[in-house]
Design a protein around this ligand. Structure first.
Ligand code: FES
Length: 155
């Protein structure tokens, strides 16, 4: 459920726009920042707050890669799964991460520390292969030592 402070912040932001739906993604990001992911109750509450249907907001959540509709770990790793990274050893990075974490895409480590997800081009093709951890861009990530050094930063 939404925190009253978040409701007030979303209402204040929505007042800047003719159509409150314009803040749909930002509203979900705000709620997610507090609770880690967007559950069904929160989605419905947000939709009502913004004068849109839950289906419309769900569509926005599904389209936007950084909104989570299922619980995630304390840290979310997004591995770039697009063409420039494919040709720069993406396969090795993906497999090394899966081995290191003991999980596949869409899964969370047993200790709740990391969730591993694919994502489309991060706009940093010159640094391929890339990954994002909690919004921090890393690349090129080309060896197991590099992966370990990155993961160590996120407890
Ligand atoms: S394809 Fe990976 S950053 Fe662009």
């Amino acid at each position: 459920m939404l925190d009253p402070k978040d409701i007030e912040a979303i209402r204040a932001e929505a007042r800047h726009y003719e159509d409150p739906k314009a803040v749909g993604v930002d509203a979900m990001k705000l709620a997610q920042k507090r609770q880690g992911w967007i559950d069904d109750d929160t989605l419905h509450q947000l939709a009502e707050l913004l004068g849109m249907s839950a289906t419309e907001l769900e569509g926005l959540a599904t389209f936007y890669n950084l909104i989570y509709r299922q619980p995630v770990g304390r840290h979310v790793i997004h591995v770039c799964d697009s063409v420039s990274c494919w040709v720069c050893d993406y396969d090795a990075l993906r497999e090394a991460l899966k081995r290191r974490l003991g999980i596949d895409f869409g899964e969370t480590t047993k200790d709740g520390r990391f969730t591993l997800l694919p994502i489309v081009c991060l706009g940093a093709c010159d640094r391929a292969p890339t990954l994002l951890v909690d919004g921090d861009l890393h690349g090129p990530v080309t060896d197991a030592d590099g992966i370990d050094q990155i993961l160590q930063r996120y407890e």
